[in-house]
Design a protein around this ligand. Sequence first.
Ligand code: PBG
Length: 336
Amino acid sequence: MSVNKQQLGLRRLRLNPAIRELTREIRVTPEQFIQPHFVVDGIHEREPVAGMPGVYRETPHSLLKQIASDLDAGVSKIILFGVPNKKATHNFDFSFTAAQIAAIKECFGEQVWVAVDVCVCSATTHGQCGVINDAGDHVENPATVEELARAAVEFASAGADCVAPSDMMDGRVAAIREGLDRNGYEQTVLMSYSAKFHSGFYGPFRGAADSAPKDKDNIKLHDRASYQIDPARPLDALASSMRDAEEGADILMVKPGMPYLDVLAELSATIPLPWAVYEVSGEYASIEALAEVGLVDGPRAHVEAWVGFARAGATIIISYGARSAQQWLNDYKKWS
Ligand code: PBG
């Protein structure tokens, strides 16, 4: 394409707010957001999460209050992370999380769309996302998938609108779909964390969800590298997402967001399912930390990251800032 007269005049379309508003190709709206919540068994008062101002480890009671105030701020979609008090190595008890789902549905009914994270890391004694073999050096795939499918069915029966497996075992999407359908939950949506990377950005989450790898005496696994995707393996993210789509996932996800925008752009252009992005705790907290010392305008930086997610092909944005989205997206006018 040769340079024509119009291309020489690109600044005409940047000159004032009106023309910038009219020519924007990407629009982010509050309806696209899902708000994560942590609900913790056995605490009596909610506790702040380090690094993420305004995010708490909620009690069952404070969770409902928080959801009510978020509803007033325009947030009607949530993803729930249940943190049970009782830890185990297998045969996990999912009843605490299921009870919170039921309580939310009883309180808010159809007003709140409830997704629930399906993983066992918050329920284990060791913090790994599965059942570990006797040698303590490997997460057993079939035993873990069985637990996940059982959890998903229990959460669906408690009223979850969506189950979201985040463990990265092989074959869990097929097993969960099969379990849901067999038990009459054909309408429950399955959102797979299909391209979940072995990231260093999950730090604040692991404190909040009580899921950092631990029990070093008995467990020889100290990280999640043997099941999460290597950051330098975009082909693995593609294979994993194609596989999950074939196994029956309704929505796919890239996680984290900002360091993996290339992956999101490529996968969303390749696989014709809705794409979610998870702006994970560490990336959210890094903007908050810069804002805290006055080096960036926090809301402005958050909105810029969100626009990047939408530009790369996400229609669903899971962010700890969801409850501020309405306000911050409105403020966007000030900076643009
Ligand atoms: C657990 C899970 C993790 C996140 C969501 N589900 C962390 C992990 O794999 O350690 C990360 C979310 C965040 O950092 O905000 N399976």
